[in-house]
Design a protein around this ligand. Structure first.
Ligand code: ADP
Ligand code: MG
Length: 604
């Protein structure tokens, strides 16, 4: 007896629907994408009870005639592609011809549509995939689709839905993406009769971001500078260094207008930010990547959430470069705000009150990087204090030599130090208001860059261990080490195989002082393995070492006297990446006069 049979049409549709429509937010996504593809200028979305009870999407797009209004409900009916070849050049959001029949098969569905110049429109009512009514309708040009009782005939799926609040927040996140992706379209979103947002059509992305997420977020962004991409272009905005989130919800990436999740891009973002991003945090991005559609396969995921790149390495490289470039450009603007300080602050400031109140720095292990104190043009700075500081530097002799050229005059003295709060936060005044510097984080950043520079110039000096260490590695790590021994050697780690699964370490980078060298080596290997092939492993290795060194070298709560504080701030300002420590924590916080005035109720 044969066991195979064809599924009835309605069951087949429900199965197919299960792939595309996971929850109310998927319905909203598909309907809004259709409205966008239809050239709408304004899209209104209204949901009730998390979208389970009803979803209504109204657009002012091109609409459909009666034939199309019926045909669009058939599976694999689409106006967006004609042949298999077209799959390689998709420029619309939809192309599968599956959304409407899927949604109509698992809900009570109503479609009302009218072409712009048509005398009458068409209304179609479908229940659980069966067409119930087709008649003329008198709606405004455009298309309205109403979806009620989602999953009413699919109890299994209905059980998987979360609370109404959770479902509506998914809807909101979905609309958020669409609104960012299409600033020139006006969006209205109403949840249970409450207008969540009414976004006017915007002329540019930053206006839309401001309308949607507020001026505060917009302030924290850097625009990606225009560049001539080689087939792949990247534009948009990214968070300034130190700006991050604990989830990925603000890490928004579009590829050819489609919001996507893609691990290649996730890694590239992380790599581009590098030390400007805290571990475990995600960057804030509004990234628009554009490329020839032939180089990206969008037909990977039923809900079209994922894409596959023909050349992921190229995409990764372009993204990493653009992020780096943007962060660097941000650095320039930032230092301008510091050097635009008023002239009164640019001359020697009055003797600082902190000098008297601050106790002497304890002569403990303290790394002082730049010792050309005599060039410090500050009143009250004496080399006596300086001498005291220059003691106890646990670095190689080469590190201590005064190799750093004097900074240009304009970089100095654009701030005035007011004091130190809680032994840790340096309070400063600059042109814009109050600046708080985390002494510890600042120190780490300065030391980190200094070490990295030296490693770049001179390689990483290593120090022989009195007793060689052995370290046990699992097979996966073993292979990696064997392939990367030259890199590790260049980084000052002398490592060789010592037997099955065991390695011997004879030398470690000179600056590293760690109680647990085995763990250090494991950390370095872990970190290096995560990098792409393009990023120089050496550079990253240096970063890893420098970060580790910093963690050990700088201690919180060291008392610094006024000249040291001034120098600390100057050194920080001269860093490549002054805003955050090598672990991505901010080094300084600016509180503008405007913010202060607001807080004191002087300004609304
Ligand atoms: P796809 O978007 O993949 O083509 P859909 O099932 O989502 O498949 O839609 C089927 C077709 O119905 C679309 O190709 C389009 O021609 C038409 N359509 C759907 N929604 C709209 C709309 N809001 N305005 C105009 N036409 C629409
Ligand atoms: Mg569609």
């Amino acid at each position: 007896m044969s066991r195979i049979h064809l599924l009835p049409e309605d069951v087949a549709s429900q199965v197919a629907a299960g792939e595309v429509i996971e929850r109310p937010a998927s319905v909203v996504k598909e309907l809004v994408e259709n409205s966008i593809d239809a050239g709408s200028k304004k899209i209104e979305v209204m949901i009730r009870r998390g979208g389970v009870s009803s979803i209504l999407v109204v657009d002012d797009g091109i609409g459909m005639d009666r034939d199309d209004a019926l045909l669009c409900l058939e599976r694999h009916a689409t106006s967006k592609i004609r042949s298999g070849n077209d799959l390689a050049s998709i420029s619309t959001l939809g192309f599968r011809g599956e959304a409407l029949p899927s949604i109509a098969s698992i809900s009570r569905f109503r479609l009302a549509t009218r072409e712009r110049d048509a005398l009458a429109g068409t209304e179609v009512v479908v229940n659980g995939g069966k067409i119930e009514t087709v008649r003329d309708g008198g709606e405004a040009p455009g298309t309205q689709i109403e979806v009620r009782s989602l999953f009413y005939n699919l109890p299994a799926r209905r059980k998987f839905l979360r609370s109404e609040n959770t479902e509506s927040s998914h809807v909101e996140q979905q609309l958020h993406l669409q609104a960012i992706g299409h600033p020139h379209i006006g969006f209205v979103y109403v949840n249970d009769e409450r207008a969540v947002y009414q976004l006017p059509a915007a002329t540019n992305l930053i206006d839309r971001i401001r309308d949607l997420s507020g001026a505060d977020l917009a302030e924290q962004l850097l625009e990606i500078p225009e560049g001539s991409g080689d087939g792949i272009s990247v534009r948009g905005f990214i968070g300034k260094p130190g700006v991050s989130r604990s989830t990925r919800t603000q890490q928004i990436v579009f590829v050819n207008g489609r919001a996507v999740e893609n691990t290649t891009i996730h890694y590239a973002l992380r790599e581009g930010y590098h030390t400007a991003l805290m571990k475990g945090q995600y960057p804030v991005t509004f990234l628009f990547i554009e490329m020839d559609p032939a180089f990206v396969d969008v037909n990977v995921h039923p809900a079209k959430r994922e894409v596959r790149f023909r050349d992921p390495a190229a995409v990764r490289e372009v993204v990493v470069e653009n992020i780096r470039k943007t962060i660097e450009s941000g650095r320039e603007n930032w230092s301008k705000t510091f050097s635009n300080a008023p002239a009164s602050l640019a001359v020697a400031p009055p003797p600082l009150p902190v000098a008297e109140t601050l106790p002497l720095i304890e002569p403990r292990e303290q790394v002082v990087l730049r010792r050309d104190w005599s060039s410090l043009p500050l009143q009250g700075s004496t080399s006596a204090v300086v001498e005291q500081q220059a003691l106890r530097v646990p670095l190689a002799p080469s590190l201590v030599s005064p190799a750093v050229p004097a900074r240009p005059e304009k970089e100095t003295q654009n701030f005035r130090i007011l004091g130190v709060l809680g032994k840790l936060y340096v309070l400063m005044e600059n042109e814009t208001g109050l600046v708080l510097v985390d002494q510890h984080a600042a120190h780490e950043r300065i030391l980190f860059e200094e070490l990295r520079r030296r490693m770049e110039d001179q390689g990483v000096p290593c120090q022989r261990l009195l007793m060689p260490l052995t370290i046990q590695m699992n097979p996966r790590d073993q292979d990696w080490i064997l392939q990367n021994i030259p890199t590790l050697n260049k980084m000052g780690i002398a490592i060789e195989q010592f037997g099955a699964g065991t390695f011997k370490i004879d030398a470690l980078p000179q600056f590293v002082k760690t109680g647990d060298p085995q763990q250090l080596v494991r950390d370095i290997i872990d970190e290096l393995r995560q990098t792409s092939a393009q990023t120089s492993k050496l550079r990253l290795g240096e970063d890893v070492i420098a970060t580790t060194v910093c963690r050990h070298a700088v201690k919180a709560n060291d008392y610094l006297r006024e000249p040291e504080l001034v120098r600390l701030v100057q050194d920080l300002l001269a860093c490549e990446m002054p805003y955050c420590c090598p672990h991505g924590r901010p080094t300084m916080i600016q509180m503008s006069y405007l913010e202060l005035e607001k807080k004191f109720g002087r300004k609304a």
